[in-house]
Design a protein around this ligand. Structure first.
Ligand SMILES: Nc1ncnc2c1ncn2[C@@H]1O[C@H](COP(=O)(O)OP(=O)(O)O)[C@@H](O)[C@H]1O
Ligand SMILES: [Mg+2]
Length: 142
């Protein structure tokens, strides 16, 4: 019999991402939660780096939005999920946006693709004119 373990959602907190100061508060919260849950130093660093890039995109490209952080449990394993949501212009071509070096703003263009490589699970949904939502998950190693 095969069974896919269901995900339990534990604590969840919403952080606004509409200013440089809020961006840094959100980033610090991710570091605090990952530390409290005893993620390894490497996984913590990767996750905070990804969160930083995604929060910056929410603020700069998405014209501001929020980050929802949720503690997860699947099969006795602890995880952290971040959802970055905005109601900005959206992304017309997600494949292109994920390509290293592409930026519509003349910047480095490595944030989105970089973030994807740093996390265990990555999902992006965007509707031109409606907004963008990026979800990332990091699982604690046993
Ligand atoms: N939340 C968002 N809303 C709208 N466009 C976005 C968003 N996030 C990313 N993008 C688009 O994807 C491109 C690539 O993002 P990224 O790799 O972080 O590079 P950069 O931020 O340096 O432009 C951005 O230039 C932008 O066009
Ligand atoms: Mg970026």
């Amino acid at each position: 019999m095969s069974r896919r373990a269901s995900i339990n959602e534990l604590n969840s907190v919403v952080y606004p991402v509409r200013s440089a100061e809020q961006l840094s508060l959100a980033r610090r919260a991710v570091l605090e939660w990952a530390t409290r849950l005893e993620f390894s130093l490497v996984d913590r660093t990767k996750f905070v780096t990804a969160a930083s890039e995604l929060a910056r995109n929410t603020w700069v490209h998405g014209k501001g939005g929020e980050m929802t952080m949720t503690q997860l449990e699947r099969d006795g394993r602890t995880g952290l999920r971040l959802v970055f949501a905005d109601t900005g212009p959206g992304i017309p071509d997600i494949g292109r946006a994920l390509t290293d070096g592409y930026s519509s703003a003349g910047s480095m263009g490595k944030g989105l693709g970089g973030a994807k490589r740093l996390v265990h699970e990555f999902d992006i949904a965007s509707e031109p004119g409606q907004g963008t939502s990026v979800t990332v998950i990091q699982w604690k190693r046993r």
